[in-house]
Design a protein around this ligand. Structure first.
Ligand SMILES: [Zn+2]
Length: 328
């Protein structure tokens, strides 16, 4: 049965395109079920299937109705017979159709919801696993956040947001010479890269994310769907709205997975140590050295200040430089 309620049939072929009309069947008061849809054709090309005085009326007509028999087959009846014997009129037929259509849609929704609810337990488990994954990430992020100096955390956020991932320090080369008998000093700066920061992402601003609320909301709504066979229409509405979030929750799951992967990249020791080079403030750098060692579990065999000085000395020595600065 077509679902649109603005069907317009102009030819007999139009009707046949929408309904499988049982052309040989005779319609009587006894086998009449309900009107399906009115039509008004350009020409009198429909034949009335109502049985009058023991035979088919067969009146060719333009205006009439598609009606349903008690056995589910559909036939045509002309306007006159329909009005006279079945008291059909356009308005009641249309209203009846809309109601049938609404019932049909509702039963399709119900079947879909009921079939989805068979997987209810797996949705509940997915929600629970997601909750645990979220909690685990939260703990990992908290550890990073509490270990790094505040300034460094902010630098990481800035680097992520402005997509400036390469950590570059500049070294200064001083050349001296004579020009026209006068001593000339020429100072130039050159870049030296410590590589690109990897794994920066939305996990740096965990507090701004709404994951926790979305996950717990979803889990609560799932629990609210009654675990019984015959849900009421209102319960179907609620269950459908909740189950419509399965896709969103699955994409949230992927999002968390991606963030978790980013964090794993970030805590690679070779990447973590780049954090020491995000500022020229020596005491913050020294604090960052301690943080990095705490996070990697490596023992710091010297003072953190010494660690920082060694980085600088190595760069200076490599280029025979007279100065160093971080590239802003
Ligand atoms: Zn008739």
């Amino acid at each position: 049965m077509p679902s649109t309620d603005i069907m317009e049939f102009k030819t007999f072929a139009d009707i046949q395109g929408h309904f499988q009309i049982a052309l040989d069947l005779l319609l009587k008061k006894e086998n009449f079920s309900h009107g399906v849809w009115p039509y008004k054709l350009y020409q009198s090309e429909a034949s009335c299937q109502y049985e009058k005085l023991g035979k088919r009326c067969a009146q060719p007509h333009q205006k009439g109705y598609v009606v349903s028999c008690t056995d589910g087959s559909v036939v045509l009846i002309g306007n006159c017979c329909a009005h006279k014997y079945l008291s059909l009129d356009d308005e009641s037929v249309r209203a009846g159709f809309k109601q049938l259509d609404a019932n049909r849609r509702q039963s399709i929704r119900r079947r879909r919801v009921e079939s989805l609810l068979k997987k209810r337990q797996s949705y509940i488990e997915q929600g629970k696993a997601l909750h645990l994954q979220h909690r685990d990430m939260q703990a990992r992020i908290a550890e990073l956040y509490n270990t790094f100096p505040r300034q460094i955390w902010q630098k990481l956020i800035d680097r992520w947001k402005t997509n400036r991932l390469e950590v570059v320090w500049e070294y200064q080369i001083t050349k001296t010479g004579t020009e026209n008998g006068r001593k000339v000093v020429e100072k130039s700066w050159y870049p030296s890269s410590y590589g690109k920061l990897t794994g920066l992402g939305a996990w740096l601003e965990w507090d701004h994310q709404t994951y926790a609320g979305r996950i717990s909301d979803y889990r609560k709504q799932l629990e609210l769907i009654p675990a019984k066979d015959q849900l009421t229409n209102a319960e179907i509405d609620h269950a459908e709205a909740t189950l419509n979030n399965v896709a969103a929750i699955t994409s949230l799951e992927r999002e968390l997975g991606a963030l978790s992967k980013m964090m794993s990249d970030f805590v690679e020791p070779s990447n973590l140590v780049r954090a020491v080079q995000l500022t020229s403030n020596q005491s913050v750098r020294a604090e960052t050295v301690i943080a990095v060692h705490r996070l990697t579990g490596d023992t710091l065999a010297m003072t953190p200040e010494r660690f920082v000085v060694d980085i600088d000395v190595a760069l200076k020595r490599k280029h025979d430089a007279t100065g160093l600065r971080i590239q802003q």
